[in-house]
Ligand binder design. Structure first.
Ligand SMILES: *Cc1c(COP(=O)(O)O)cnc(C)c1O
Length: 389
């Protein structure tokens, strides 16, 4: 059997071990140390806009602390994009608050500004103003942040951006992660760069980031003994993981270019297949193309996303349906939802294709063979051509 082709696997640049070695040499194996400071500085420099950064154990912990810093309490409501990975919404539950899910729009597949406003108005009319809004930049595509921020500002509700999949994506040059009051990044193993596991909380407000650092290191008050006046968390990134991150930051722009090349390759290979469509960048939008995703419209196509997925699987190639919306998940049953079925359709018709920056010609050839097997001979006009040949 061929080696497995993953959707997205870690891709080291080569200098990561140097930073990790430095940590060993100086015995900064733990706790914090120069790599954590260096990694935070690298991210801040990359995002520009005078951002401050706290490196944490995961994107999920960044979202959790973000909600705490925004004052979310038990019984509160938090608006969250429904079409996302569950980690966007779980931290709302950690705090005993209720997620209010909002559907996607067609252009970016992210939070619909129209349904966001409808949700806010309806929750306010019901006597409960949402405490925060969590838009997500899925698969690297920026959400419609201009419109979302305008609505959030109008109702004076803070935005917690889930930029876990979108490091390096931007709108008119402004980076994802710099739009909201707080943003979460992820360096999980499958993301565009990885620290083997990690995340970051970023914000314009230095005080907020300092509070995140305080809460993430067990919330110790200043005293020679252990004194606590807040509930703390053990969420800080280690100096070893941060060393990997420093090496990865050196190749981030290369990784983005590689992922975008993969996306372009798929559009060339699959762009003319009837019923297959891609999500394209609106004017001024730049996606890191973390994952290449397609929709397969069964009405226009001779295949479904499931035929394609199974064909890949039979050749030991990983592909995956798009995120199943949170309002359809049993764990979030009963949570309010505002939408028109867009994310349900995306889930039914969508597939994530292998998109790792480390895919080489051998892998792409294998992927291409499956696409051709699956689509070419099912296409009736081409079947005729084939017979004619
Ligand atoms: C990966 C991811 C997270 C969680 O990040 P972890 O580092 O895995 O905890 C949150 N939201 C989205 C959209 C993600 O893709």
């Amino acid at each position: 059997m061929y080696q497995k082709i993953w959707l997205s696997s870690p891709h080291m640049g080569g200098t990561e071990e140097k930073y990790v070695q430095e940590a060993f040499d100086s015995n900064w194996v733990a706790p914090l140390g120069p790599n954590v400071n260096g990694f935070e500085q690298d991210i801040a420099n990359y995002l520009q806009d005078d951002m401050h950064v706290a490196a944490l154990t995961s994107g999920t912990s960044a979202l959790h602390l973000g909600l705490i810093l925004l004052g979310v309490q038990p019984g509160d409501e938090v608006i969250c994009q429904s079409f996302t990975f569950s980690a966007s919404a779980n931290p709302i539950k950690y705090l005993g608050a209720t997620p209010v899910f909002v559907d996607s729009e067609d252009e970016t597949w992210n939070m619909s500004p129209r349904f966001l406003e409808e949700a806010i108005m309806d929750r306010v009319a019901k006597g409960k103003k949402p405490k925060a809004i969590i838009p997500v930049h899925l698969y690297g595509m920026p959400a419609k942040m201009d419109e979302i921020m305008a609505i959030a500002d109008r109702y004076d509700i803070p935005v917690l951006e889930d930029a876990a999949e979108a490091l390096g994506s931007s709108i008119n040059g402004k980076m994802c992660g710099t739009f909201g009051k707080i943003a979460a990044l992820s360096f999980n193993g499958n993301k565009i760069i990885t620290t083997s596991g990690g995340g970051a909380l970023v914000a314009h407000d230095k005080e907020l980031v300092n509070k995140a650092r305080f809460l993430s290191t067990q919330a110790r008050d200043e005293a020679p003994h252990y004194q606590h006046s807040h509930v703390g968390y053990n969420y800080r990134m280690s100096n070893i993981c941060a060393g990997i991150g420093r090496g990865q930051m050196e190749v981030l722009d290369t990784r983005i270019a590689q992922r975008r090349r993969i996306y372009n390759w798929y559009t060339e290979e699959m762009g003319t297949i009837p019923g297959v469509s891609f999500v394209t960048e609106p004017e001024g939008y730049f996606s890191n193309r973390w994952l290449t995703t397609i929709l397969v419209d069964p009405k226009q196509s001779n295949i479904t996303r499931e035929t394609l997925r199974l064909a890949f699987e039979s050749k030991n190639i990983e592909s995956r349906p798009l995120w199943k919306p949170m309002h359809m998940q049993p764990v979030f049953e009963g949570c309010p939802f505002y939408g028109d079925g867009t994310s349900e359709r995306l889930f039914e018709q969508g597939l994530c294709l292998p998109s790792g920056s480390n895919l080489g010609d051998t892998e792409l050839t294998r992927i291409k063979a499956v696409i051709q097997d699956c689509t070419y001979f099912r296409d009736k006009t081409r079947q005729k051509e084939h017979v004619a040949i």
